[in-house]
Design a protein around this ligand. Structure first.
Ligand SMILES: [Zn+2]
Length: 223
């Protein structure tokens, strides 16, 4: 399988291409090109969140711990003394960065449900919903953010499959077909949970019509 550096580098290259296309076609302001590029690179390491002790898992939970710490500081600040607030913030950081990271990788199987197209859709919709509702971005930008995550995610799954082909030996490795799959058929309960989580996001999504215009403009630009 491809390693962390290959995944993040190629996803960043894909993100750079996407950002350039969006910049040239004036789909978003110039500063958003950087956001799109970073989100694509993030999507490119996202599937390996399921791997025990992986750099992707550590990096993703470090990135998640920072906004959680800021949120805890803002919410708890009126109620706690400075010393107690500092203790609570350290607790939140350690809890998210280490406890959640270890728990997540223990509860998931590498190349299981998180290496699937269903997981790609879940992360795409979660990014669009977060951007639209939590960060109050326009529907156009929110869908752009979601599509950037999707692009990185798909680059990762494709790379994992490419690395499953032993070109010298002219054969497929055992891992072939475990990344670019619709869903994890061997674990129907966790796949069903993932599907429910995906469907739950629907009321929080930006309008679908905006996604349609974004995709048709993308197709026009490509032609
Ligand atoms: Zn992978």
């Amino acid at each position: 399988m491809a390693n962390f550096r290959t995944h993040i580098t190629l996803a960043a290259v894909g993100g750079g291409f996407l950002a350039y296309a969006g910049f040239k076609a004036q789909w978003w302001p110039p500063e958003q090109s950087l956001v799109v590029c970073v989100l694509t690179a993030f999507g490119g390491i996202l599937p390996d969140i399921d791997a025990d002790h992986s750099r992707s898992n550590r990096l993703i939970f470090t990135l998640l711990a920072v906004p959680c710490l800021v949120l805890a500081a803002v919410l708890l600040q009126p109620w706690l003394s400075p010393a107690a607030l500092l203790g609570a913030c350290v607790g939140v950081y350690v809890g998210v960065r280490y406890l959640c990271g270890v728990l997540f990788s223990r509860l998931t199987v590498h190349r299981g449900g998180w290496h699937s197209l269903l997981a790609a859709v879940l992360c795409t919709l979660a990014a669009a919903a977060l951007s639209f509702h939590w960060l109050a971005q326009s529907a156009w930008l929110a869908w752009s953010h979601g599509l950037a995550v999707l692009t990185g995610f798909l680059i990762h799954l494709l790379l994992d499959e490419i690395y499953s082909v032993d070109l010298e030996g002219g054969r497929f490795k055992r891992s072939f077909g475990t990344a670019l799959k619709l869903t994890d058929g061997r674990r129907p309960a966790s796949s069903l949970l993932m599907l429910i989580a995906t469907l739950t996001l629907i009321p929080w999504l930006p309008p679908w019509g905006v996604l349609g215009s974004l995709l048709s403009q993308g197709a026009d630009w490509w032609r």
